[in-house]
Design a protein around this ligand. Structure first.
Ligand code: NAP
Length: 304
Protein backbone atom coordinates (compact mmCIF):
# COMPACT_ATOMS: atom_id res chain seq x y z
CA UNK A 1 0.00 0.00 0.00
CA UNK A 2 1.20 3.50 -0.85
CA UNK A 3 2.68 5.59 1.96
CA UNK A 4 1.82 9.27 2.19
CA UNK A 5 3.55 12.09 4.07
CA UNK A 6 1.55 12.97 7.17
CA UNK A 7 1.74 16.68 7.86
CA UNK A 8 4.95 16.72 5.85
CA UNK A 9 6.76 15.11 8.80
CA UNK A 10 6.48 11.33 8.61
CA UNK A 11 5.13 8.60 6.34
CA UNK A 12 2.15 6.34 6.88
CA UNK A 13 -0.13 4.10 4.85
CA UNK A 14 -2.90 5.90 2.96
CA UNK A 15 -5.48 3.67 4.63
CA UNK A 16 -5.46 3.49 8.44
CA UNK A 17 -7.54 1.34 10.79
CA UNK A 18 -9.71 2.84 13.54
CA UNK A 19 -10.50 1.21 16.89
CA UNK A 20 -13.83 2.85 17.65
CA UNK A 21 -15.81 -0.35 17.17
CA UNK A 22 -13.36 -3.00 18.45
CA UNK A 23 -14.06 -2.89 22.19
CA UNK A 24 -16.29 -5.97 22.08
CA UNK A 25 -13.88 -8.18 20.14
CA UNK A 26 -12.33 -11.27 21.71
CA UNK A 27 -8.54 -11.21 21.90
CA UNK A 28 -8.10 -13.65 18.99
CA UNK A 29 -10.53 -11.64 16.83
CA UNK A 30 -8.66 -8.39 17.50
CA UNK A 31 -5.35 -10.08 16.72
CA UNK A 32 -6.69 -11.40 13.42
CA UNK A 33 -8.00 -7.94 12.50
CA UNK A 34 -4.67 -6.23 13.24
CA UNK A 35 -2.64 -8.96 11.56
CA UNK A 36 -4.81 -8.56 8.46
CA UNK A 37 -4.30 -4.79 8.55
CA UNK A 38 -0.52 -5.11 8.75
CA UNK A 39 -0.52 -7.71 5.99
CA UNK A 40 -2.49 -5.30 3.77
CA UNK A 41 0.11 -2.59 4.40
CA UNK A 42 -1.68 -0.54 7.06
CA UNK A 43 0.72 0.93 9.59
CA UNK A 44 -1.29 3.68 11.30
CA UNK A 45 -3.96 2.85 13.86
CA UNK A 46 -6.44 5.38 15.23
CA UNK A 47 -7.71 5.18 18.81
CA UNK A 48 -9.33 7.50 21.36
CA UNK A 49 -9.42 7.53 25.12
CA UNK A 50 -13.23 7.32 25.02
CA UNK A 51 -13.72 4.46 22.53
CA UNK A 52 -15.57 1.73 24.39
CA UNK A 53 -15.04 3.74 27.58
CA UNK A 54 -11.32 2.94 27.33
CA UNK A 55 -11.84 -0.72 26.47
CA UNK A 56 -10.91 -0.22 22.80
CA UNK A 57 -7.40 0.93 23.71
CA UNK A 58 -7.02 -2.12 25.98
CA UNK A 59 -8.16 -4.56 23.29
CA UNK A 60 -5.96 -2.85 20.70
CA UNK A 61 -2.90 -2.68 22.97
CA UNK A 62 -3.18 -6.34 23.95
CA UNK A 63 -3.40 -7.38 20.29
CA UNK A 64 -0.34 -5.28 19.38
CA UNK A 65 1.59 -6.91 22.19
CA UNK A 66 0.48 -10.44 21.29
CA UNK A 67 1.48 -9.90 17.65
CA UNK A 68 4.75 -8.15 18.58
CA UNK A 69 4.12 -5.36 16.05
CA UNK A 70 4.63 -2.19 18.13
CA UNK A 71 7.88 -1.26 16.35
CA UNK A 72 6.26 -1.64 12.91
CA UNK A 73 3.24 0.60 13.48
CA UNK A 74 2.20 4.15 14.34
CA UNK A 75 -0.29 4.49 17.17
CA UNK A 76 -2.59 7.49 17.24
CA UNK A 77 -5.04 8.35 19.99
CA UNK A 78 -7.24 11.28 20.97
CA UNK A 79 -8.29 13.19 24.04
CA UNK A 80 -10.54 16.10 24.94
CA UNK A 81 -14.06 14.60 25.00
CA UNK A 82 -15.48 14.05 28.45
CA UNK A 83 -18.96 13.07 29.57
CA UNK A 84 -21.16 16.01 28.51
CA UNK A 85 -18.35 18.46 27.77
CA UNK A 86 -15.06 19.05 26.02
CA UNK A 87 -11.84 19.60 27.95
CA UNK A 88 -8.56 20.90 26.51
CA UNK A 89 -7.16 21.85 29.93
CA UNK A 90 -3.53 20.99 30.57
CA UNK A 91 -4.50 18.76 33.46
CA UNK A 92 -6.98 16.75 31.41
CA UNK A 93 -4.68 16.35 28.40
CA UNK A 94 -1.84 15.07 30.60
CA UNK A 95 -4.10 12.74 32.58
CA UNK A 96 -5.78 11.45 29.46
CA UNK A 97 -2.46 10.56 27.79
CA UNK A 98 -1.25 8.77 30.92
CA UNK A 99 -4.50 6.81 30.95
CA UNK A 100 -4.16 5.93 27.26
CA UNK A 101 -0.55 4.79 27.67
CA UNK A 102 -1.58 2.57 30.55
CA UNK A 103 -4.51 1.02 28.69
CA UNK A 104 -2.44 0.58 25.51
CA UNK A 105 0.46 -0.89 27.49
CA UNK A 106 2.88 1.33 25.57
CA UNK A 107 5.55 3.85 26.54
CA UNK A 108 4.66 6.37 23.85
CA UNK A 109 1.94 7.44 21.44
CA UNK A 110 3.01 8.45 17.94
CA UNK A 111 0.23 10.96 17.27
CA UNK A 112 -2.10 12.68 19.73
CA UNK A 113 -5.23 14.42 18.41
CA UNK A 114 -7.54 16.85 20.19
CA UNK A 115 -10.85 15.13 19.52
CA UNK A 116 -13.46 17.95 19.28
CA UNK A 117 -13.02 21.72 19.72
CA UNK A 118 -13.33 23.00 23.30
CA UNK A 119 -14.46 26.62 23.09
CA UNK A 120 -13.15 27.17 26.65
CA UNK A 121 -9.65 26.21 25.47
CA UNK A 122 -6.75 28.32 26.73
CA UNK A 123 -4.19 27.76 23.96
CA UNK A 124 -1.28 28.47 26.33
CA UNK A 125 -2.36 25.49 28.41
CA UNK A 126 -2.52 23.20 25.39
CA UNK A 127 0.94 24.40 24.37
CA UNK A 128 2.30 23.59 27.83
CA UNK A 129 0.68 20.17 27.84
CA UNK A 130 2.08 19.32 24.39
CA UNK A 131 5.60 20.42 25.47
CA UNK A 132 5.46 18.32 28.63
CA UNK A 133 4.28 15.27 26.69
CA UNK A 134 6.85 15.70 23.93
CA UNK A 135 9.77 16.31 26.28
CA UNK A 136 8.81 13.26 28.36
CA UNK A 137 8.89 11.17 25.18
CA UNK A 138 5.22 10.28 25.60
CA UNK A 139 3.95 11.80 22.33
CA UNK A 140 5.84 12.35 19.07
CA UNK A 141 3.37 14.33 16.93
CA UNK A 142 0.21 16.36 17.47
CA UNK A 143 -2.93 17.04 15.49
CA UNK A 144 -6.61 17.88 15.77
CA UNK A 145 -9.98 16.53 14.78
CA UNK A 146 -13.19 18.24 13.69
CA UNK A 147 -11.66 21.73 13.66
CA UNK A 148 -12.05 24.59 11.21
CA UNK A 149 -9.09 26.59 9.85
CA UNK A 150 -9.45 29.48 12.31
CA UNK A 151 -9.49 27.10 15.26
CA UNK A 152 -6.38 25.41 13.90
CA UNK A 153 -4.63 28.74 13.35
CA UNK A 154 -5.43 29.89 16.86
CA UNK A 155 -3.95 26.74 18.31
CA UNK A 156 -0.99 26.66 15.95
CA UNK A 157 -0.04 30.23 16.87
CA UNK A 158 0.57 29.10 20.46
CA UNK A 159 2.12 25.66 20.10
CA UNK A 160 5.65 24.89 19.04
CA UNK A 161 4.76 21.63 17.29
CA UNK A 162 3.35 21.55 13.78
CA UNK A 163 -0.21 20.21 13.65
CA UNK A 164 0.13 17.23 11.34
CA UNK A 165 -3.48 16.14 10.84
CA UNK A 166 -7.09 17.19 11.03
CA UNK A 167 -9.46 14.22 11.26
CA UNK A 168 -12.83 15.05 9.66
CA UNK A 169 -15.90 13.24 8.44
CA UNK A 170 -15.67 12.45 4.73
CA UNK A 171 -17.33 9.88 2.51
CA UNK A 172 -19.08 9.84 -0.87
CA UNK A 173 -22.32 10.65 0.94
CA UNK A 174 -20.80 13.14 3.45
CA UNK A 175 -18.70 15.36 1.26
CA UNK A 176 -19.57 18.89 2.34
CA UNK A 177 -15.89 19.92 2.39
CA UNK A 178 -15.90 19.17 -1.35
CA UNK A 179 -19.49 20.23 -2.20
CA UNK A 180 -18.97 23.77 -0.98
CA UNK A 181 -16.10 24.22 -3.42
CA UNK A 182 -18.32 23.36 -6.40
CA UNK A 183 -21.12 25.69 -5.35
CA UNK A 184 -19.36 28.88 -4.29
CA UNK A 185 -21.71 31.79 -3.79
CA UNK A 186 -24.85 29.89 -4.78
CA UNK A 187 -28.09 30.05 -2.84
CA UNK A 188 -28.41 26.30 -2.38
CA UNK A 189 -27.67 23.97 0.52
CA UNK A 190 -24.46 22.37 -0.86
CA UNK A 191 -22.97 25.88 -1.08
CA UNK A 192 -23.06 26.22 2.71
CA UNK A 193 -19.58 26.61 4.08
CA UNK A 194 -19.69 24.28 7.06
CA UNK A 195 -15.98 24.14 7.80
CA UNK A 196 -14.35 27.42 6.74
CA UNK A 197 -12.70 25.94 3.66
CA UNK A 198 -10.84 23.27 5.61
CA UNK A 199 -9.94 21.20 2.55
CA UNK A 200 -8.09 24.03 0.84
CA UNK A 201 -6.63 25.28 4.13
CA UNK A 202 -5.10 21.89 4.95
CA UNK A 203 -3.66 21.63 1.45
CA UNK A 204 -2.14 25.09 1.75
CA UNK A 205 -0.56 24.27 5.10
CA UNK A 206 0.54 20.73 4.33
CA UNK A 207 -1.76 19.25 6.98
CA UNK A 208 -3.10 15.76 6.24
CA UNK A 209 -6.85 15.29 6.37
CA UNK A 210 -7.86 11.95 7.84
CA UNK A 211 -11.31 10.85 6.66
CA UNK A 212 -13.41 9.29 9.40
CA UNK A 213 -16.45 7.11 8.64
CA UNK A 214 -15.55 6.64 4.95
CA UNK A 215 -18.50 4.27 4.38
CA UNK A 216 -21.17 6.03 6.40
CA UNK A 217 -24.04 8.43 5.64
CA UNK A 218 -25.40 11.00 8.09
CA UNK A 219 -23.81 11.18 11.50
CA UNK A 220 -23.50 7.66 12.87
CA UNK A 221 -26.66 6.56 11.01
CA UNK A 222 -25.29 3.59 9.09
CA UNK A 223 -23.40 2.56 5.99
CA UNK A 224 -24.49 3.24 2.42
CA UNK A 225 -22.89 -0.05 1.35
CA UNK A 226 -25.67 -2.54 0.45
CA UNK A 227 -28.28 -0.04 1.72
CA UNK A 228 -30.86 -0.71 -0.99
CA UNK A 229 -33.60 1.23 0.74
CA UNK A 230 -31.82 4.59 0.62
CA UNK A 231 -28.99 4.15 -1.87
CA UNK A 232 -30.17 1.60 -4.48
CA UNK A 233 -28.96 3.38 -7.61
CA UNK A 234 -25.73 4.45 -5.90
CA UNK A 235 -25.02 0.83 -4.92
CA UNK A 236 -25.72 -0.24 -8.50
CA UNK A 237 -23.13 2.29 -9.72
CA UNK A 238 -20.62 1.17 -7.07
CA UNK A 239 -21.18 -2.44 -8.21
CA UNK A 240 -20.65 -1.42 -11.84
CA UNK A 241 -17.30 0.11 -10.90
CA UNK A 242 -16.43 -2.82 -8.64
CA UNK A 243 -17.00 -5.26 -11.53
CA UNK A 244 -15.00 -3.05 -13.88
CA UNK A 245 -12.02 -2.81 -11.50
CA UNK A 246 -12.25 -6.36 -10.12
CA UNK A 247 -12.78 -5.38 -6.48
CA UNK A 248 -15.63 -4.99 -3.95
CA UNK A 249 -17.79 -1.86 -3.65
CA UNK A 250 -16.02 -0.74 -0.47
CA UNK A 251 -12.70 -0.61 -2.35
CA UNK A 252 -14.29 1.80 -4.82
CA UNK A 253 -15.55 4.01 -1.98
CA UNK A 254 -12.03 4.14 -0.51
CA UNK A 255 -10.43 4.70 -3.92
CA UNK A 256 -12.71 7.72 -4.39
CA UNK A 257 -11.32 9.34 -1.22
CA UNK A 258 -7.71 8.43 -1.99
CA UNK A 259 -7.98 9.81 -5.56
CA UNK A 260 -8.24 13.37 -4.26
CA UNK A 261 -4.96 15.25 -4.76
CA UNK A 262 -5.13 16.49 -1.15
CA UNK A 263 -3.64 13.04 -0.32
CA UNK A 264 -6.24 12.28 2.31
CA UNK A 265 -5.72 9.33 4.64
CA UNK A 266 -8.88 7.19 4.94
CA UNK A 267 -9.62 5.53 8.28
CA UNK A 268 -11.42 2.22 7.99
CA UNK A 269 -13.65 1.16 10.86
CA UNK A 270 -14.59 -2.43 10.07
CA UNK A 271 -14.05 -5.12 12.70
CA UNK A 272 -14.14 -7.83 10.04
CA UNK A 273 -10.75 -8.97 8.61
CA UNK A 274 -12.23 -10.12 5.28
CA UNK A 275 -13.96 -6.77 4.75
CA UNK A 276 -10.76 -4.99 5.68
CA UNK A 277 -8.76 -6.93 3.07
CA UNK A 278 -11.39 -6.14 0.44
CA UNK A 279 -11.52 -2.40 1.08
CA UNK A 280 -7.71 -2.13 1.19
CA UNK A 281 -7.69 -3.14 -2.48
CA UNK A 282 -9.06 0.36 -3.08
CA UNK A 283 -5.52 1.65 -2.58
CA UNK A 284 -4.59 0.00 -5.90
CA UNK A 285 -7.65 1.15 -7.85
CA UNK A 286 -7.07 4.01 -10.25
CA UNK A 287 -10.02 6.31 -10.91
CA UNK A 288 -9.71 8.82 -13.70
CA UNK A 289 -11.22 12.28 -13.42
CA UNK A 290 -14.42 11.34 -15.24
CA UNK A 291 -14.92 8.24 -13.08
CA UNK A 292 -14.35 10.20 -9.86
CA UNK A 293 -17.05 12.70 -10.86
CA UNK A 294 -19.40 9.92 -11.97
CA UNK A 295 -19.23 8.35 -8.50
CA UNK A 296 -19.71 11.73 -6.84
CA UNK A 297 -22.90 12.30 -8.84
CA UNK A 298 -24.11 8.73 -8.31
CA UNK A 299 -23.95 9.30 -4.55
CA UNK A 300 -26.67 11.92 -5.00
CA UNK A 301 -24.51 15.01 -5.32
CA UNK A 302 -25.34 17.53 -8.03
CA UNK A 303 -22.92 19.70 -9.95
CA UNK A 304 -24.16 23.23 -10.66
N1 NAP B 1 -12.64 12.01 14.98
C1 NAP B 1 -13.89 11.68 15.11
O1 NAP B 1 -14.73 12.46 15.59
C2 NAP B 1 -14.31 10.31 14.66
C3 NAP B 1 -15.68 9.98 14.59
C4 NAP B 1 -16.00 8.69 14.14
C5 NAP B 1 -15.00 7.78 13.80
N2 NAP B 1 -13.70 8.14 13.93
C6 NAP B 1 -12.60 7.21 13.55
O2 NAP B 1 -12.84 6.73 12.25
C7 NAP B 1 -12.80 5.30 12.25
C8 NAP B 1 -13.68 4.79 11.15
O3 NAP B 1 -15.04 5.17 11.39
P1 NAP B 1 -16.22 4.14 11.07
O4 NAP B 1 -16.09 2.94 11.93
O5 NAP B 1 -17.51 4.87 11.07
O6 NAP B 1 -15.78 3.73 9.57
P2 NAP B 1 -16.49 3.01 8.34
O7 NAP B 1 -15.43 2.17 7.71
O8 NAP B 1 -17.19 4.03 7.53
O9 NAP B 1 -17.63 2.09 8.96
C9 NAP B 1 -17.37 0.85 9.55
C10 NAP B 1 -18.71 0.24 9.91
O10 NAP B 1 -19.40 -0.11 8.70
C11 NAP B 1 -19.80 -1.46 8.79
N3 NAP B 1 -19.86 -2.10 7.47
C12 NAP B 1 -20.99 -2.59 6.88
N4 NAP B 1 -20.71 -3.16 5.71
C13 NAP B 1 -19.36 -3.06 5.53
C14 NAP B 1 -18.49 -3.50 4.52
N5 NAP B 1 -18.93 -4.17 3.43
N6 NAP B 1 -17.17 -3.23 4.65
C15 NAP B 1 -16.71 -2.55 5.71
N7 NAP B 1 -17.50 -2.13 6.74
C16 NAP B 1 -18.83 -2.38 6.65
C17 NAP B 1 -18.77 -2.10 9.69
O11 NAP B 1 -19.31 -3.30 10.23
P3 NAP B 1 -18.32 -4.57 10.50
O12 NAP B 1 -17.42 -4.17 11.63
O13 NAP B 1 -19.28 -5.65 10.89
O14 NAP B 1 -17.60 -4.84 9.22
C18 NAP B 1 -18.58 -1.03 10.73
O15 NAP B 1 -19.62 -1.08 11.69
C19 NAP B 1 -13.22 4.92 13.68
O16 NAP B 1 -12.78 3.63 14.05
C20 NAP B 1 -12.50 5.99 14.47
O17 NAP B 1 -11.14 5.61 14.61
C21 NAP B 1 -13.35 9.39 14.34
Amino acid sequence: MKQIKIGGLFEASEIALGSWRIAGLEADEAERLLATAVEAGINLFDNADIYGGGAAEEVFGAAVKALGIREKILVQTKCGIRSGYYDFSKEHILNSVDGSLKRLGMDHIDVLLLHRPDTLMEPEEVAEAFDVLHEAGKVRYFGVSNQNPRQMELLQSFIGHKLVTNQLQLSLTNSSMIDTGFNVNMEINPALDRDGGVLEYCRLKGITIQAWSPLQYGVFEGTFIDNEEMFASFNAKLQEFADLKGVEKTAIAFAWILRHPAKIQAIAGTTNPERLSELCKGADVDLNREEWYELYRAAGNKLP
